[in-house]
Design a protein around this ligand. Structure first.
Ligand code: GLU
Length: 473
């Protein structure tokens, strides 16, 4: 249980829920049904490690069945416990509702430190965990669909898929039993970068909102903003590289396990990732200074602070020291409920996890759809579109008697590939959801921040589902 000084992660999620519920007209009974975790499967299973038997503890929580399948990642971390998995599963329910991904929320956790095991041992643990889920009907393309989370990635998803296939080979939709798979194993292009890219789109939308920037005393637009990133895992590293490529931001500090570094001139995340791969640490990166602790980076002055690691990083202890103007929650639950009250009082805008990191599950949804349709996006229309655009360009050239340059022609006549469609679908999703959240916040001045506004959007959608489904029997 990750505990900040006053509340656990689950308590924080539920306190935020209760606060936002007060801004809705939803009845008490429906609110209670939305809030509770519907089912948790807790397992202990043996795995042979060298000459010993290790008993591994694991979980899968299905928070809400108002839409099926349920969906959410699997986390490998030594601090995993039932409450944490329940909190994360609840966030998945709200997250899916906010971005209109038609799933209920779920989350899995295996209580191990992946660094303590070899690749072969991790494969055995993953396959055994999957087998347990199959036995209890806790996995399947129409039941519950896992994905990567902290400590897991495409490699683990491929093992899960293969284990599922071993038991359910006759299921024509078996590939839809898990998302985040490698592209050559029925995965989708753009899933790996999806959460980070979604964070970029979400923060870009906020920075393009005039009223928000006016309130913070910042100029409009993402370009030139000073950014600090905590955590260079999948989410933090893609967030940094994509924001620098597309948004022209300046990363002034980065924090990791081993410590934190700072550079007034800015750090190129791509170079830092290369450096870390080579040296095993971010410390000593040329042109940077090492800060006194890994926590120190969080408390520095900047425009946008992006916690992209684990929950409860900003708590009542350090909230008063946070000098960022915007906090972009790329991780799940990095700000505790107690800390949030302090941050809001200090005028900081928090872009909440349940919206900002929803890019991962959004592209997981695209992958699931691809798996059920058994076809790559763009395969049918790419060439047809390209030929049509080419004919248009030819006609314009004929009518104007002017030639279009080779580069322009290439750009204008391109049919969309899978990656283009995935990115465009993700951008559309993040932009639309931001507008819904922002309008909800603006339309009710009592709502105290974007997290409450996001909750209100989610709760109204989920409650409508429950009301139109009816209660059985
Ligand atoms: N683990 C990710 C999250 O917390 C992705 C979940 C998914 O793709 O199902 O949102």
């Amino acid at each position: 249980m990750t505990k900040s000084s006053n509340s656990t992660f689950l308590e924080s999620v539920n306190r935020n829920f209760d606060k936002a519920a007060g801004y809705t007209e939803i009845s008490k009974g429906i609110l209670e049904q939305i809030k509770v975790c519907n089912a948790v499967y807790e397992i202990k299973f043996p795995v042979r490690i060298d000459d010993n038997i290790h008993v591994i503890q694991a979980f899968r929580a299905q928070h809400s069945h108002h839409r099926l399948p349920t969906k959410g990642g699997i986390r490998y971390n030594e601090n995993v416990d039932k409450e944490e998995v329940e909190a994360l599963a609840a966030l998945m329910t709200y997250k899916c509702a906010i971005v209109d991904v038609p799933f209920g929320g779920a989350k899995g956790g295996v209580k191990i430190n992946p660094k303590d095991y070899t690749e072969d041992q991790l494969e055995r643990i993953t396959r055994r965990y999957t087998t347990e889920l199959i036995r209890k009907n806790f996995i399947g393309p129409g039941i519950d669909v896992p994905a990567p989370d902290y400590g897991t990635g495409p490699r683990e998803m491929a093992w899960i898929y293969d284990t599922y296939l071993t038991f359910k080979g006759g299921d024509i939709d078996a590939a839809g039993c898990v998302t985040g798979k490698p592209v050559n194993q029925n995965g989708i292009r753009g899933r790996n970068e999806a959460t980070g890219r979604g964070v970029f789109y979400g923060l870009r939308e906020l920075c393009d909102t005039k009223e928000a920037m006016k309130k913070l005393g910042l100029s409009k637009g993402l370009s030139g903003k000073k950014v600090i990133i905590q955590g260079l895992g999948n989410v933090g590293s893609f967030t940094g590289t994509i924001m620098q490529e597309e948004g022209d931001i300046k990363v002034i500090a980065v924090s990791e396990y081993e410590g934190s570094i700072y550079s007034e001139k800015g750090i190129r995340v791509e170079d830092l990732l290369k450096y870390r791969k080579e040296k095993g640490s971010i410390l000593g990166m040329p042109g940077t200074k090492t800060l006194k602790s890994k926590e120190a980076a969080l408390e520095m002055e900047c425009d946008i602070l992006i916690p992209a690691a684990l929950e409860n990083q900003i708590t009542i202890e350090n909230a008063k020291n946070i000098k960022a103007k915007i906090i972009g929650e790329a991780a799940n639950g990095p700000v505790s409920a107690d800390a949030e009250a302090v941050l809001i009082k200090n005028g900081i805008i928090i872009v909440p996890d349940m919206y900002l990191n929803a890019g991962g599950v959004t592209v997981s949804y695209f992958e699931w759809l691809k798996n059920l349709s058994h076809m790559r996006f763009g395969r049918m229309e790419k060439r047809f579109d390209s030929n049509t655009y080419s004919n248009f360009v030819g006609l314009i050239e004929k009518l104007t008697s002017k030639k279009i340059g080779v580069k322009e022609r290439e750009f204008l006549t391109k049919g969309a590939d899978e990656i283009d469609l995935v990115r465009s679908g993700l951008e559309e999703t993040m932009v639309t959801a931001f507008q819904q959240i922002w309008e909800t916040a603006v339309s009710n001045p009592k709502i105290d921040g974007l997290r409450s506004a996001a909750f209100v959007c989610a709760l109204n959608k989920i409650s409508n589902d429950y009301l139109s489904l009816g209660i059985f029997p």
